[in-house]
Design a protein around this ligand. Structure first.
Ligand code: AGP
Length: 634
């Protein structure tokens, strides 16, 4: 899960590559590199300059300032290490032995060991421990063969070599290749990893994600799975996996993709937490317009046939998206009376339950690129397509923040959460967007299944309309409070998060947020489970953060909190103000709302507290160690 950028045009490539990489740094940031091709006047062949640096992009930028990297054609990479430590020799681009072919790759070459072994037996020497390095060596071998066949040396020859090599590679990847002998050609390819081509004026930029195109062009051509492209200053030649030329019209990027700016905030994460009222407001405007009725309480982008005959739901997701799915499952089961199961996508791939009929499979992924989620959805689609009984037909929905992502090209129906680009690696506003998507589905299914009285359905829709204002107050008041409370965590090593019912997934999410950005060990539990083991961990050094919302399990959660207090744990409550919640040593108050909508609010104090604890520790909140925004490897 790295970021790649490639450019070809009539301007110096290095500054453009660096700017593109800066926008992709969220995908990986342990090392970075670029290679450019420079041609001297009157020469048909060029020279490749390759610059690589360990650590954040700023190190590469300094290196380029110092040493330069000339040429109008180039490729760049920001890395999240999979094979080989984050060291200069493992940073991309990787080159063949002659140094004339340079490659950047995002993904994993699963058969790299066998390929490396065969290349080594032919005498090839490797410089890195990466899976990628086999590619330039293989391309070099294919180019020699093509030359031997008497072919003309040009971009088409490079394209053919890349096509031949790709057919030898197993795994999911996107790659970009330059060759010194064809200085006016750039070849890119994608297989189950994202790659989008941007069309500028007299230049093309290719990148793993659209923010890298921001400020450059809004005209894009997302590459389809299995496609190759040969880019020259004159145009694009696009080919499918079978080598057939493709003709496709470009599309326009939406406005959101253009904005990657921290505004007055210290970190993107804080900005994105503060954007949540707007996320909710947009959602309400889009999905709860005036004039809706109990029969049709929500406006969703699906035909009536989408809902017909669905008897159960299974949701596949990872990380934060899985937590949103768990709230979703609670809503679908408890509000809409629709049996629903949630799976870790990575587990589902290898241990899927027996097929059940009339099932809607939902994939939740903010990036739309998470390899495990995409592969699990694909696997489910394939096993259902192989079934002869139409009741088992594949019916899939993707919930994502990136409607132009691979997910959207893979599943039949998409729910775009429309939260706007999220740069902080820790998901915040996209989590809220995912939750809201599930509220929409729960309303839609409840109405169709008559699982709730019309007035209950309309009440939930009305409650949801108040969420933007509640959120506005919450972010305003809790920012300072969380900053103040964060000081209590200066020496903390372990934190327990408790929640129950619809707020149990929020406890899990609180623990994940804290772990991700502050590196403090944290666990979320259903409050009732504490006494079955985790309570042994409690002492005055282990704070317990408990979500207590009036409703089905309010008293139970308060009793569980008392049990923790009796073990001298420091107790922080996320609960409405009131006599019952005086049990807490500190309170992060939330409004006394109906329990159904409480997760949309209880998550905000969690996010702010995690943020301030990490910020107070001086940690890199937006780019936490070892993580990346989009996990495109298995
Ligand atoms: C969220 O804070 C995490 N960075 C991570 O758990 C994330 O939710 C997970 O990798 C899934 O990502 P996705 O939503 O893009 O599929």
């Amino acid at each position: 899960m790295c970021g790649i950028v490639a450019v070809i045009g009539s301007r110096e490539a290095a500054p453009l590559l660096l700017e593109g990489l800066r926008q992709l740094e969220y995908r990986g940031y342990d090392s970075a590199g670029l290679a450019t091709v420079h041609t001297d006047e009157g020469q048909s062949s060029g020279l490749i300059t390759c610059r690589r640096a360990k650590g954040k992009l700023v190190n590469l930028s300094r290196l380029i300032d110092e040493k330069g990297s000339p040429g109008y054609v180039g490729i760049g990479h920001t890395r999240w290490a999979t094979h080989g430590k984050p060291e200069i020799h493992n940073a991309h681009p990787h080159r063949d032995s002659s140094g004339e072919i340079a490659v950047v790759q995002n993904g994993i070459i699963e058969n790299h060991r066998a390929l490396r072994h065969s290349l080594v037996s032919e005498g090839v020497k490797f410089d890195s421990q990466t899976d990628t390095e086999v590619i330039p060596h293989l391309i070099s071998r294919e180019l020699e063969l093509l030359k031997g066949e008497g072919q003309e040396i040009n971009g088409t020859m490079l394209l053919q070599a890349v096509q031949r090599v790709s057919s030898q590679l197993k795994g999911a990847f996107a790659l970009a290749v330059v060759w010194a002998e064809t200085p006016d050609a750039l070849v890119v390819a994608r297989r189950q990893a994202p790659l989008v081509i941007g069309l500028g004026e007299g230049e093309f930029i290719c990148a793993s994600d659209t923010p890298a195109l921001a400020g450059w062009t809004r005209t894009i051509l997302p590459m389809e799975d299995g496609e190759f492209a040969l880019l020259t200053p004159l145009g694009i030649e696009l080919y499918n996996e079978e080598g057939e030329r493709q003709q496709r019209s470009p599309s326009l990027l939406s406005g959101f993709d253009q904005v990657v700016d921290k505004r007055q905030f210290r970190h993107f994460m804080l900005k994105e937490i503060h954007e949540q009222p707007e996320t909710a407001e947009l959602w309400v405007a889009r999905h709860l317009p005036r004039g809706l009725s109990a029969d049709s309480p929500v406006a969703l982008p699906f035909e009536e046939s989408f809902y017909e005959g669905i008897e159960r739901v299974q949701i596949l997701a990872c990380g934060t998206s899985r937590h949103a799915a768990m709230v979703g499952a609670y809503l679908l089961e408890q509000f809409a009376d629709l049996p629903t199961s949630v799976f870790y996508a990575s587990e589902f791939r290898y241990a899927a339950p027996p097929l059940a009929p009339n099932t809607l499979t939902i994939g939740v992924t903010q990036s739309g690129e998470t390899a495990d989620t995409l592969a699990a959805l694909l696997m489910e689609d394939e096993r259902r397509s192989a079934h002869s009984d139409p009741a088992f037909a594949s019916r899939q929905l993707g919930i994502t923040n990136r409607p132009e992502s691979s997910l959207s090209r893979q599943v039949q129906n998409i729910f775009d959460i429309g939260a706007g680009i999220e740069i902080g690696v820790a998901a915040t506003k996209t989590f809220l967007g995912q939750l809201l998507a599930f509220y929409g589905l729960a309303l839609a299914f409840a109405a169709r299944r008559s699982s709730r009285k019309p007035e209950e359905i309309l009440r939930l829709a009305e409650e949801l309309k108040s969420v933007p204002n509640y959120l506005r107050d919450l972010v305003k008041h809790h920012d300072q409070l969380a900053e103040h409370l964060a000081h209590r965590f200066s020496d903390t090593q372990d934190v327990i998060f408790l929640g129950r019912g619809i707020n149990f997934p929020i406890a899990l999410e609180g623990a994940l947020k804290l772990k991700e950005i502050s590196y403090i060990h944290a666990e979320g539990y259903p409050a009732g489970e504490m006494k079955h083991g985790p309570i042994a961990l409690l002492d005055p050094r282990v704070p317990v953060i408990s979500i207590a919302v009036p409703g089905v399990v309010f008293e139970k959660v308060l009793s569980n909190a008392q049990e923790a207090k009796a073990r001298d744990a420091q107790l922080i409550g996320i609960a409405p103000k009131g006599p019952e919640t005086e049990v807490f040593d500190a309170l992060m108050p939330i409004p006394d709302v109906c329990e159904w909508i409480s997760p949309l609010l209880s998550v905000v104090p969690m996010q702010l507290l995690s943020y301030h604890i990490a910020a107070l520790r001086g940690l890199d909140v937006d780019q936490p160690r070892n993580l990346a925004k989009s996990v495109t490897v298995e």
